[in-house]
Ligand binder design. Structure first.
Ligand code: GZL
Length: 325
């Protein structure tokens, strides 16, 4: 073969190798996989742990590079994590805000850096519009409505003429706390039988749920007809306190909870909880698909709400499938 043809063949091989090597690489030769920075609230509940696992599993399934930080319930830790994501120049930032206010400055920094932000699970209130692209999470107001609608049906079926309610709320100033309470209270407002004795902040924690229930029992005793608890952890903490005073949860008191994790579903099956409104933690698939759309410059929905159901003693709860969290 002539030298000229040999050189041409060699040049062709070099060009071809460069093109192949460049596939999946960005201009600077870096990894072109999408890098997602995610700030998680903490590990306060089975729901939160299930949410984290689902996000990690889905990131792996979609081949997305996940920078994950656990804030241990502190907003300042989430703000610091978001600043680290900005410094690292991730492609997309996502976070589950522990409370609704106090995000304006750090989200302006993300906007100035040209990094889109996705809200997962909970919402925020900001003075400036357009600091986030999408909210992926439950319709918490609807969850509160479904809890109250169950209670009204239950009161009807028992022929109750008055209903004394105590409420154990989630983390103060968080979206699920504000909206679950609003949905519940708005729905019972028109029912003269319903009387809310008191609401106390249980911070979505099992230990605080027990403390709140102990306080309620000491103050109101067996005049309590209903416990409305904003999540399963607090409900599971409250139940032993009710039993300690020889009252039967699910019988002497109507117990209404939210989330639908396996531990609470098992208690529902024992008859110690009457109703659990589902709040799915499985938001990872929608998060990854939304992040990929944003990286590709595609438009995304402003809100994505999963479909959720109610588990209660109105149906055969023995048939509830394993929950996976
Ligand atoms: C709801 C989520 C809440 C859960 C709690 O989407 O924000 O936070 O209901 C969790 O279990 O702590």
């Amino acid at each position: 073969m002539g030298k000229r043809r040999h050189k041409l063949l060699l040049l062709l091989c070099i060009v071809l190798a460069t093109i192949i090597a460049g596939c999946g690489k960005s201009e600077d030769g870096g990894d072109s996989r999408l890098v997602l920075g995610f700030s998680q609230i903490g590990s306060e509940s089975a729901w939160r742990i299930g949410n984290t696992k689902d996000i990690e599993d889905q990131a792996a399934a979609y081949g997305i590079g996940l920078m994950f930080e656990n804030a241990n319930q502190k907003q300042e830790n989430q703000i610091a994590a978001i600043r680290r994501f900005i410094a690292y120049k991730v492609d997309v930032i996502a976070f589950s805000p522990v409370v609704e206010e106090g995000w304006d400055n750090v989200l302006k920094e993300a906007k100035d850096a040209g990094i889109p932000v996705i809200l997962v699970d909970r919402d925020i209130n900001t003075k400036e519009e357009g600091l986030t692209t999408c909210l992926i999470g439950a319709d918490f107001y609807r969850e509160g409505v479904m809890a109250a609608e169950y209670l009204i049906r239950k009161a009807d079926s028992l022929g109750l003429t008055y209903v004394n309610i105590v409420e154990i709320t989630g983390t103060a100033n968080s979206t699920p706390m504000r909206q679950r309470q609003a949905g519940f209270m708005d729905t019972i407002a028109g029912d003269p039988r319903m009387n809310v004795l008191e609401s106390v902040d249980g911070d979505f924690l099992k230990s605080r749920g027990a403390e709140c229930m102990k306080y309620f029992l000491g103050k109101y005793g067996d005049t309590i007809d209903v416990v409305f608890s904003h999540n399963d952890e607090m409900t599971i903490g409250a139940i032993p306190e009710i039993e300690k005073v020889n009252l039967k949860p699910g019988r002497d008191m109507i117990i209404i909870s939210i989330d639908g994790g396996q531990e609470a579903i098992d208690v529902l099956k024992e008859g110690k909880i009457n109703c659990i409104v589902e709040c799915t933690p499985k938001l990872g698939k929608e998060l990854m698909e939304t992040a990929l759309k944003l990286k590709n410059g595609e438009s995304v929905a402003a809100e994505i709400h999963p479909v959720e159901q109610v588990f209660s003693d109105e149906t055969d709860v023995s048939q509830i499938a394993p929950r996976g969290y």
